[in-house]
Design a protein around this ligand. Structure first.
Ligand code: HAM
Length: 439
């Protein structure tokens, strides 16, 4: 007989796995709320055109796309950014600024599989529209840091590498490169950490070898790790544009420092991000040990809303992936035990007692208690074992003798005490017992 397996790179969530994922999503959602972000959602399947030439070659090559029965070219979403630009663009004039939105959703990329990378993964996306200054980046980076710290991670565990595609553009322009060459160099810089010199192959194939003094300058620029060093290199170039940009950098770093986040931030011009639409500050979060792929990535994309048919609207944002994040939490022993225990387990004598129990079970559940009971008649001994295993704090015992006396036995499984409770007071007594228990 044929056996069916999940497709490569797709995940299944058994209850304990889903409890862990829900826990992560719950905390992200709460954190986004604390920062004043509103939640939205959007379709999983989008017109292919939305990603063509907007997200960049890498993502385009990884699309899960097909022609639907109506002949439309469609793709499973590989990321949220083009979609959220469309949503915001369509209502831009009606939305109160700044527009601070977040979502938690699933994405699909036909990637080569490796640790922390799948073909189906979730992201927490947060974006701000309508704010052109670095105040938006301060807000977003603070949110990103808190989304990780909320789980007990610290600056010992992860950091955010901060860079600037805007400055890269200015700098490469001063070196005499035109836009196609600049884009090719940025592609090489993005790959340099992983591939070393091979990263420049694509550039050479397109434009011929990069002059060695030019390459030297580019390699020196990508190794810049502080604002001071950056200012020194750029001092020679001068110009108002550059001076204004350096002021933005100072505002951003000062703001983050005032929030107490300086120890999480590393200036690092080696980050340029692979996605084509970024225009300004870009950032990526990594584990400190450098063992895992990126935890999160983002940046400014001031042209994208307009390119997708909306008004000109500055925008910046980031996404945290759930896979690398889960690996990091596991490595640091920060995954809590999330067994969902019942509050109450009902131990039921026979068919007659079952009727009485059912009325109470329904009332207790309607009051919000987690109540469990054996679906079929089983021996008392087995039921008590099941009650203990369920993690319930209270067992309610519906025996023939009890019901004849008009009572139910309430056994407190934590305190190991028991008493008879009149049938019509079960809900009140349960409430009393549970609120009296700690934890
Ligand atoms: P990205 O860098 O492509 O950015 O993805 C962000 C994060 O999603 C990554 O750092 C990683 O944790 C996770 N991720 C990406 N691809 C995979 C994969 N194949 N398997 C597992 N995890 C993955 C974006 O997607 C941008 N749209 C983020 C953004 C929002 N920029 C502005 N706003």
């Amino acid at each position: 007989m044929a056996t069916f397996q999940t497709l490569p790179g797709f995940r299944e969530f058994y209850p304990e796995d889903l409890a862990r994922r829900n826990h992560v999503f719950r905390l992200w959602r709460r954190t986004a709320g604390a920062f004043g972000f509103a939640e939205y959602d959007a379709p999983v399947l989008e017109p292919l055109e939305l990603y063509k030439a907007k997200s960049g070659d890498e993502i385009e090559n990884q699309l899960f796309n097909f022609t639907d029965k109506g002949g439309r070219e469609v793709a499973l979403r590989p990321e949220m950014t083009p979609t959220v630009c469309r949503l915001v663009g369509a209502r831009a004039s009606a939305l109160k600024r700044p527009i601070k939105w977040f979502s938690i959703a699933e994405f699909y990329r036909y990637e080569r599989m490796q640790k922390g990378r799948g073909r189906c993964f979730s992201q927490f996306n947060a974006d701000i529209f309508g704010e052109a200054g670095p105040e938006a980046e301060i807000e977003l980076i603070a949110l990103l840091v808190q989304c990780l710290c909320g789980f007990g991670l610290t600056e010992q565990d992860f950091y955010v590498r901060l860079s600037d595609r805007n400055l890269w553009f200015y700098y490469l322009e001063t070196l005499g490169l035109d836009e196609p060459r600049i884009r090719a160099v940025l592609g090489a810089v993005d790959r340099y950490e992983k591939h070393g010199d091979d990263a420049f192959k694509g550039y050479s194939e397109q434009f011929g070898p990069l002059a060695s003094d030019l390459k030297g300058k580019i390699l020196a620029f990508l190794q810049i790790k502080s604002l001071d060093a950056l200012e020194q290199v750029l001092a020679a170039s001068g110009g108002e544009k550059l001076a204004a940009r350096l002021t933005d950098w100072r505002r951003l770093l000062d703001g983050l420092a005032a929030m107490g986040l300086a120890s999480f931030i590393q200036v690092d011009l080696g980050v340029v991000r692979g996605l084509a639409y970024y225009t300004g500050f870009v950032f990526e979060a990594f584990d400190r040990k450098g063992e895992l792929r990126a935890l999160a990535g983002g940046g400014r994309y001031d042209d994208l809303v307009e390119k997708l048919g909306g008004p000109a609207l500055p925008a910046t944002g980031f996404a945290i992936g759930d896979m690398t994040f889960a690996l990091l939490l596991e490595q640091r022993g920060l995954v809590p035990n999330l067994v969902q225990a019942a509050d109450i387990y009902c131990v039921i004598g026979g068919a007659a007692e079952r009727k009485a129990a059912f009325a109470d079970i329904q009332a207790l559940r309607a009051a919000g208690y987690r109540v469990d009971y054996p679906l079929k008649e089983v021996a008392f001994g087995k039921q008590f074992k099941a009650a203990a295993e369920s993690g319930a704090r209270i067992a309610l015992i519906y025996g023939t003798d009890e019901l004849a006396k008009g009572v139910v036995k309430l056994r407190d499984l934590t305190e190991r005490s028991e008493r008879d409770v009149p049938r019509d007071q079960v809900l009140a007594m349960v409430r009393d017992s549970i609120s009296g228990q700690t934890g």
